[in-house]
Design a protein around this ligand. Structure first.
Ligand SMILES: NC(=O)c1ccc[n+]([C@@H]2O[C@H](COP(=O)([O-])OP(=O)(O)OC[C@H]3O[C@@H](n4cnc5c(N)ncnc54)[C@H](O)[C@@H]3O)[C@@H](O)[C@H]2O)c1
Length: 212
């Protein structure tokens, strides 16, 4: 089943930079009605807002917000709902580099019982190593100090996919993905449906895969 993105109200967390920022542009290219982007990085968010609104007149808004602070996050939801009445698409994109609990996070957050019956389509998107600021020395510093250097060298020893490939994959998945499905975007290849997750876990050590 294909899903039409035109006229949708979109909310992207952590979208001032990287995959989120490119996704905001691609959603607007697809004809969505409005995109709200939040991020803790105020200057990058305001810069993106001014760039996108110069092309997509008033259809993008940046709001500074830390997703770990409930009052801020719920405040943004309320702001969007007050303005538009509803939200069609939420891209839970804000991220930092700590994949040590990736499996538990997926299993806890995406158990079918958590979303079945809600009427909300919930999709997991996994990216192979992608060329964004997330893989810079500054951001990789969130890992154990002892492995920081090795991790940085390891990540940069493999070809990184382009950020626009990751963002285009995300748009494709929003148009095609069924609820409960899991998708993999890596090596600039066409995005792949990797449901069930056993496949993802089985290739994790070999293919340098990270899951959001
Ligand atoms: N780049 C990769 O190789 C890769 C691989 C797998 C998954 N991912 C995931 O993709 C998503 C996008 O990553 P990216 O590569 O574009 O990284 P990025 O660092 O370029 O962008 C992530 C954004 O999230 C924001 N952010 C961080 N903490 C936040 C918070 N508490 N509240 C609000 N915003 C916050 C950052 O300021 C940044 O702008 C992340 O969830 C990341 O974990 C990326």
């Amino acid at each position: 089943m294909a899903y039409d993105l035109r006229e949708k109200i979109v909310f992207i967390t952590g979208g001032a930079l990287g995959i989120g920022a490119l996704s905001a542009k691609f959603f607007l290219d697809e004809g969505v009605k409005h995109v709200t982007v939040t991020d803790v990085n105020d200057s990058a968010g305001k810069k993106l807002e001014s760039e996108l609104n110069s092309k997509f007149k008033g259809r993008m808004k940046f709001i500074k917000c830390d997703v770990t602070v409930d009052e801020e996050l719920f405040g943004v939801y309320n702001q969007i709902i007050n303005e538009f009445g509803f939200i069609d698409v939420v891209i839970n994109n804000a991220g930092i580099m700590n994949d040590s609990i990736y499996k538990k996070a997926i299993e806890v957050n995406f158990l079918p019982s958590n979303y079945e019956g809600t009427g909300v389509r919930v999709i997991t998107m996994c990216y192979g190593a992608t060329d964004t600021s997330l893989l810079s020395k500054d951001k990789l510093a969130s890992f154990e100090r002892e492995i920081n250097e090795d991790l940085y060298n390891f990540v940069h020893s493999v070809p990184l996919q382009r950020a626009d490939s990751a963002a285009k994959s995300l748009i494709e998945v929003c148009k095609q993905g069924e609820s409960g499905s899991t998708w993999l975007s890596k090596n600039d290849l066409p995005v792949e449906d990797v449901t069930p997750l056993d496949f993802v876990y089985s290739i994790f050590p070999v293919h340098n895969l990270f899951c959001t």
